[in-house]
Design a protein around this ligand. Structure first.
Ligand SMILES: Cc1cc2nc3c(=O)[nH]c(=O)nc-3n(C[C@H](O)[C@H](O)[C@H](O)COP(=O)(O)OP(=O)(O)OC[C@H]3O[C@@H](n4cnc5c(N)ncnc54)[C@H](O)[C@@H]3O)c2cc1C
Length: 395
């Protein structure tokens, strides 16, 4: 395993860093938030404007092939790109579902007509996408979904309900999983439809989060017409398309470097008092943060090992599934320890008067819990690691 990046990747890093230094908005530092946590419209507009600026300079979708408007970045360059974005604290981009999931899935499964119609407007965020997978009784076991699509002439008629649909209230389009053959075994009767969110019969109702933001929704479908040309992959074989999307989702959530988060925690400990001294002077605090730093470093090396495998042309190894689990759980423990350090101040919400560091840690802690559920819960990840990596019998 080689810890050094190639000269080509380092040159890419210099270019990107230079651009970021010249273009970062002044409000950037506190604005790195998951898209489902973006609240009011001024918040959204700020992130959309930043996205458009990055896009105009060619810094959105660096991993996408050039023929689809991306940069065709190598794997190493993609890692460098993520490192630079995280270390400079740039605001997050928008249309994560479109860029991370829909585009790559369409490149693999879409018809030529679908590719030409949908892909160009994804990177530019001219069309925003959401993901209609989960239902009230089909989350971890998403293949149990019941939303029905019945053929009528040139259309499918869709009836049913989705839930936890991030960004549905802003979305123009949805990747929608529907049941087209209720008599087939559950994985075999599913179809994958590109659905226009402005279609008559769609109702989007917000689910208000604990932060007060409206990032999630329930989405109801009543006799919604979806043209048959919007079917991705063969009818009743949508599960294979859905799995492709899930694979991109999990890979996208895996490789986050938490060393910056640990450094922020250490800074918090130096800021706060504990028994009339700085919290940092307490050896228990330093040891706990030191242990987090070791875990973050281990995760980083594990991700690099994964990168080395892929650079050698080998398929992704078990590190992908362990990494999503370990990263999201470590992130949660770091933010919970911040709550312990803050003591009574932990109750002060974002931007409240007297809240240390503008109350960002309470916010981070709430967001951290969500990441242990989204893209497959920690329990489901444990099952995958146990069964597919360690070869243990099914529970
Ligand atoms: C931040 C966030 C964003 C999301 N965005 C979207 C989105 O845009 N589109 C979308 O379709 N969905 C979205 N989801 C939904 C997400 O995919 C589901 O919440 C997740 O798959 C879990 O499903 P569930 O909530 O129905 O829980 P359930 O599946 O009902 O699980 C309940 C509990 O039982 C446990 N459990 C379930 N099955 C097993 C098992 N076999 N073994 C052990 N434990 C088990 C789970 O781990 C969990 O603790 C989002 C969720 C979050 C938190």
């Amino acid at each position: 395993m080689d810890f050094n990046y190639s000269e080509e990747a380092e040159a890419f890093r210099r270019d990107f860093r230079q651009w970021l230094e010249a273009n970062m908005p002044a409000r950037a530092a506190s604005e790195r938030r998951p898209e489902f946590m973006l609240g009011d419209s001024s918040d959204w507009d700020f992130h959309l404007e930043w996205h458009k600026k990055m896009y105009a300079a060619g810094w959105v979708g660096v991993s996408w092939p050039r023929e689809y408007g991306g940069r065709g970045a190598t794997l190493e360059q993609q890692v460098v790109y993520a490192e630079e974005l995280a270390s400079c604290g740039a605001p997050s981009l928008v249309n994560g579902i479109g860029i991370g999931l829909v585009g790559p899935t369409l490149m693999q499964w879409g018809t030529e007509e679908q590719k030409q119609r949908y892909i160009p407007k994804i990177l530019s965020a001219d069309e925003i996408w959401c993901q209609g997978y989960s239902e009230p009784n089909a989350g971890s076991d998403v293949a149990s979904l019941q939303t029905r699509a019945v053929e009528e002439g040139d259309d499918f008629i869709v009836n049913g309900q989705k839930v936890w649909t991030s960004g549905a209230h802003r979305a123009d389009w949805c990747i929608l999983l529907t049941r087209t053959d209720p008599d087939a075994p559950k994985h075999k009767g599913i179809s994958y439809l590109l659905t226009d969110m402005r279609s008559p019969g769609i109702t989007v109702r917000p689910l208000v989060q604990i932060t007060g933001e409206r990032g999630f929704n329930e989405v109801f479908f009543e006799d919604v017409r979806v043209p048959k040309r919007n079917l991705v992959g063969p009818k009743n074989q949508g599960w294979q398309v859905a799995v492709t999307t899930l694979m991109f989702e999990r890979t996208g959530m895996a490789g986050r470097d938490l060393s910056g988060q640990v450094a922020e925690l250490a800074a918090l400990a130096k800021l706060l008092n504990r028994r009339d001294d700085s919290a940092w002077s307490d050896s228990y605090v330093r040891q706990t943060i030191g242990a987090f730093a070791c875990e973050a470093a281990a995760l980083r090396y594990s991700n690099l090992r994964q990168l080395t495998r892929r650079l050698k042309g080998l398929p992704p190894g078990p590190e992908g599934s362990t990494s999503k689990l370990a990263t999201s759980e470590l992130n949660l423990r770091i933010t919970k320890f911040a709550m312990e350090l803050l003591g009574a101040y932990a109750q002060l919400e974002s931007n409240a008067r007297f809240a240390p560091e503008t109350g960002k840690w309470l916010y981070k802690m709430i967001a951290a819990r969500a990441l242990t559920i989204a893209g497959g819960t920690s329990e489901i990840q444990h099952n995958i690691v146990g069964e597919r990596v360690l070869g243990l019998p099914k529970g």
